[in-house]
Design a protein around this ligand. Structure first.
Ligand SMILES: [Zn+2]
Length: 273
């Protein structure tokens, strides 16, 4: 290699390192890589997006789970696999009453390693169907979390089935901040992501009520993009920048907790790393 070229490469590498050092690492806990994203963004491209966003890790689930497995194979250091119970996109509203889901989930849990089951959708009494009860039981058996897109009522029902369940509450249930506070106060093993909501930081500026909630519960909150359609993948990098912006308003330790440490601890707890 010619010295000038080598110097240029090294300078470039140095610049990349410098950027990586100054950027706050993020663990995005709400990434989906469902079937309709695979051709638009093949695994190497998807991994590139996650790395460009400066993610330390990404919690990934998909309909079907094959998408998650493809990404995990491409970048095991980056991907934290979470098992979505859906075999295809259309099962969101019917799965809690579809007994065939149970064997599917049991088979996947035996074959692969996951940090959690989800993200799934269950509201109110949906959480008490035989299928959902089995999910809560399986999460307990495997000591993994439930990533629940649920209202507070359904989350309560899961904790009634297993008071020690580990629940990652997707979108903080889209509940009002007061309700979120009541829930994290009541349940010690409830974590919440603020994916696909902006009331905690409208236009990138931290809301005072949410800020107080983060200060009072420094170990419970996480960030996520929610790539529920392929197009949302275009937003992953921008979302990481948006998160860094409002996190900067918090004391550094608390910001690090929400940015990556809370997620890292939950992954370590469930994957036993
Ligand atoms: Zn989602």
């Amino acid at each position: 290699m010619r010295p000038a070229f080598l110097a240029a490469v090294l300078a470039c590498f140095g610049a990349t390192l410098a950027v990586a050092e100054t950027q706050r690492p993020i663990i995005d806990v709400h990434i989906h890589y469902s079937q309709d994203a695979w051709s638009m963004l093949p695994p190497p491209e998807a991994i590139k997006v996650l790395r460009q966003a400066g993610l330390r890790k990404a919690f990934v689930s998909s309909s079907s789970d094959d998408g998650t497995q493809m990404l995990f194979k491409a970048a095991p250091d980056l991907i934290v696999p979470v098992l979505r119970p859906y075999r295809s996109r259309g099962e969101t509203g019917t799965w809690t009453k579809d007994a065939s889901i149970i064997a599917h989930v049991e088979g996947r849990l035996k074959a692969n390693t996951y940090a959690g089951i989800g993200e799934f959708h269950a509201y109110g009494a949906d959480a008490d169907t035989a299928v959902m009860r089995r999910m809560v039981q399986l999460a307990k058996e495997y000591r993994i979390f439930l990533h629940a897109h649920s209202d507070a009522d359904a989350v309560e029902r899961m904790f009634k089935q297993n008071p020690e369940a580990l629940v990652l509450w997707a979108h903080s249930g889209f509940e009002q901040v007061e309700k979120v506070r009541a829930m994290v106060t009541k349940h010690k093993t409830l974590w919440a992501d603020v994916a696909h909501r902006t009331d905690h930081a409208p236009s990138g500026k931290l809301d005072a009520t949410w800020k107080q909630l983060f200060v009072d519960f420094p170990d419970r909150f996480m960030v996520g993009t929610d790539t529920y359609t392929p197009e949302r993948w275009h937003y992953v990098i921008e979302h990481a920048s948006y998160s860094r912006k409002w996190l900067n308003e918090l004391p550094p330790d608390l910001a690090d907790n929400i940015a990556f440490r809370n997620a890292e601890r939950l992954a370590a707890r469930t994957l036993g790393q």
